[in-house]
Design a protein around this ligand. Structure first.
Ligand SMILES: [Fe+2]
Ligand SMILES: [Fe+2]
Length: 290
């Protein structure tokens, strides 16, 4: 895959990832990420299509309830990050002292860094769960969307898959899952920012300041390269972990994992778009679990 750096206003998901991979240089992980996006074209197209639909389609209140509950299940993985950091610490403590112990402790710290902003450490304790609620409040009048009926079974399944990968599967699988989720989120939040901003504009929100305020949850992930930095700290955690153990990144295993991630997200977002279209035409008034 050829890496270019230009990003247009209707940029694809991968166009936000290319520059980061370019900066990475020759890397097996970088290869696996690029290959996963190239191999999962259909899933990637479904993801991009849903965010286009949010801007250009006719989202109803039922659509927003389905989208926001299910989308939330594909993000906000603080518990899984904490679980993985605990596992790395426990592994470190199995070594009396020395190089391995230090590397694993530091790998745990680096992994945990991906949750600092979700916890609101530098934002007076304002968590991303609270910011998410504030985002939803711009599109829905009440909190009915939190009811479990609005979460697609597949989105719940994805959340459980992420948790198991990070707290049950080998630590390296957990780290690679966290790593991919960070770079994916960077790209997804970037296209979501554009799409929701257009949606608000079409709803009559003419003030740019107001739109930025409404989309604070999305903006904080895009500004200051937040998710890109998270990607870099997990990369360092992987370097430290592989130094301290006899495990190495297998690029084909990484590719399989990254493809599975994109396939699941693609399928979830495609289902949400189909439901959204049916809801807009009055053919579906409540969400069908699938
Ligand atoms: Fe976050
Ligand atoms: Fe992150």
């Amino acid at each position: 895959m050829v890496l270019t750096s230009a990003i247009s206003s209707d940029a694809s998901l991968f166009s936000y990832i290319e520059p980061i991979l370019k900066r990475l240089g020759e890397s097996e992980i970088g290869w696996a990420i690029a290959e996963a996006f190239a191999a999962e074209k259909e899933s990637v197209a479904s993801i991009e299509s849903l965010f286009d639909w949010i801007a250009d389609g006719q989202p109803t209140q039922d659509f927003y309830a389905l989208f926001f509950h299910s989308w939330k299940a594909t993000h906000l993985k603080m518990l899984a990050i904490y679980g993985l950091s605990c596992r790395l610490q426990r592994l470190a403590l199995q070594h009396e002292s020395g190089f391995e112990r230090d590397c694993l402790m530091l790998a745990s710290v680096r992994n945990a860094e991906t949750s600092y902003e979700d916890l609101g450490l530098d934002y007076e304790g304002l968590t991303h769960a609270e910011l998410y609620d504030q985002l939803v409040a711009n599109f829905l009048p009440d909190d009915q969307w939190v009811r479990s009926r609005w979460c697609l079974t597949a989105a719940k399944g994805f959340q459980q898959w992420i948790y198991k990968n990070m707290v049950v599967q080998p630590e390296l699988t957990g780290l690679l899952t966290n790593l991919f989720s960070e770079i994916y989120n960077h790209a997804e939040y970037s296209i979501a920012q554009r799409s929701f901003s257009l949606r608000l504009e079409r709803q009559g929100e003419t003030s740019r300041t107001q739109r930025e305020k409404a989309l604070c949850y999305i903006n904080v992930h895009v500004s200051d390269a937040t998710e890109e930095e998270h990607f870099q700290v997990v990369l360092e955690a992987i370097r430290l972990y592989t130094k301290a153990t006899s495990n190495n990144v297998d690029k084909l295993q990484a590719l399989t994992l990254f493809r599975e991630y994109l396939r699941q997200i693609g399928s979830i977002l495609a289902t949400i778009e189909r439901s959204g279209s049916r809801m807009a035409s009055g053919r579906e008034i409540t969400c069908a679990h699938s």
